[in-house]
Ligand binder design. Structure first.
Ligand code: PHE
Length: 389
């Protein structure tokens, strides 16, 4: 009997004082959209795997590629941050940005969280792909959702794959050349004959680091981040100093939205047959939107808790976004800050947000939106202690 992975089996709903995982997010654990046959995320995942296992463009000989697509999304903060050299003060570690299960464990914010653990599993040559759900507290709009999916690729070279007597700089240059060629091939396999460019980037765990952009639909789109694996990450992964490797990471929703013209990230979670029936593994697909239902806009204004602007600083917009999602679920499409000011005398801070309600599947009635908005307002008071205006 295979025990299924879900919030309960992973102990995510545990009442720990550091726990900030709402039930609506916990409920996504174990849904594994990336493993569902004919789901657009699975189609992209499979195309990427096929490219790395089969493309004749890649340099031979190559190690057998391991695919890890069912690793549990609860990882230690150490694996998610420290082992990747992300500094203790980095914003991404804050409880406003990351879901903490307890004081030691988080819902992974990226698939890079598995790099060091997987590196430790074997000697080079190694090549592995990691695919799974990742979690971030973030804004609310058509391209952001607290859960999304990433694909990570890692390649570690054995000494005999590189010229004997090569210097450290030469080995690194070979790894980077292999990385670039492999990922340019991947972009071609996914997008066809597109224009692309490399942009210098920064990640604490790779050096040098790059982003690949493609010219698609009239603009430059960032498709992935990558680089030569940082020496201290290699060491933590049990590799000696003569070993080099590269890593890349990409977001599957982003690629799928571009490739299939999917206009809203909430659609990936839809069970509506008008969405799901449009994707067939292998076949090239452009999503044909079924009728778009009218949006309904509602503003909410409140005084942020705290007597002065300085104290009000503790309020984070991500808390507001999450409170709305908890009440309205996938019926909220976007939340935009439309006004903010500090009272000239009292110093209290006021914010006004515009909420766009729209269902992906049906028309919402005025009555139900009014009821939702009332629940949202109440929630903001109860959970965040704001004073409605
Ligand atoms: N983990 C990075 C992110 O989520 C992407 C990345 C992976 C960059 C591997 C470099 C190497 O943005």
């Amino acid at each position: 009997v295979v025990e299924s992975i879900n919030a309960k089996s992973l102990g995510v709903l545990n009442g720990h004082p550091s726990n900030n995982v709402p039930a609506s997010v916990a409920a996504k654990i174990g849904m594994n959209l990336h493993l569902r046959q004919h789901h657009p995320l699975n189609i992209i995942k499979t195309r990427i795997e096929d490219y790395f296992t089969q493309s004749p463009a890649l340099r031979e000989p190559r190690p057998q590629i391991e695919v890890h697509d069912s690793l549990a999304p609860v990882v230690t903060a150490r694996d998610n941050f420290d082992s990747l050299l992300i500094p203790p003060s980095h914003v991404s570690r804050r409880a406003t940005d990351t879901y903490y299960v307890d004081d030691k464990r988080v819902l992974r914010t990226h698939t890079s969280a598995h790099q060091v653990t997987l590196l430790r599993r074997g000697a080079p040559p190694r090549a592995f792909l990691v695919c799974g759900d990742v979690y971030r507290r973030d804004e609310v709009d058509r391209s952001h959702y607290p859960v999304f999916h990433q694909m990570e690729g890692v390649r570690v070279f054995a000494p005999d794959e590189l010229p004997a007597g090569a210097t450290a700089a030469e080995r690194e240059a070979l790894a980077v050349a292999d990385l670039r060629a492999g990922l340019e091939g991947l972009a071609c396999a996914l997008f066809g004959d597109v224009e692309m460019r490399w942009v210098d980037a920064y990640f604490p765990f790779t050096n040098p680091s790059f982003e690949l952009e493609i010219f698609f639909g009239g603009k430059w789109l960032e498709v992935l981040g990558c680089g030569a694996i940082e020496r201290d990450v290699m060491r933590a992964g049990g590799m000696d100093d003569a070993t080099v490797g590269w890593a890349f990471g990409l977001g599957l929703e982003r690629l799928a939205m571009v490739l299939f013209s999917i206009p809203d990230i909430r659609l990936f979670w839809s069970d509506d047959a008008r969405f799901t029936s449009q994707f067939k593994a292998g076949a090239a697909t452009t999503f044909k939107p079924y009728s778009k239902y009218p949006p309904c806009l509602k503003d909410v204004s409140f005084w942020v808790p705290g007597a002065t602007a300085e104290i009000a600083h503790g309020f984070h917009d991500n808390d507001m976004y999450e409170a709305v999602r908890e009440v309205a679920g996938d019926m909220v499409e976007e939340i935009a800050l439309v006004d903010e000011f500090a009272h000239p005398k009292t110093g209290r801070v006021s914010k006004c947000f515009r909420l766009t309600y729209r269902s992906m599947d049906r028309s919402l009635t005025n009555k139900e939106v009014d009821a939702l908005q009332e629940l949202v307002r109440q929630r903001l008071v109860d959970k965040l202690g704001v004073e409605l205006r």
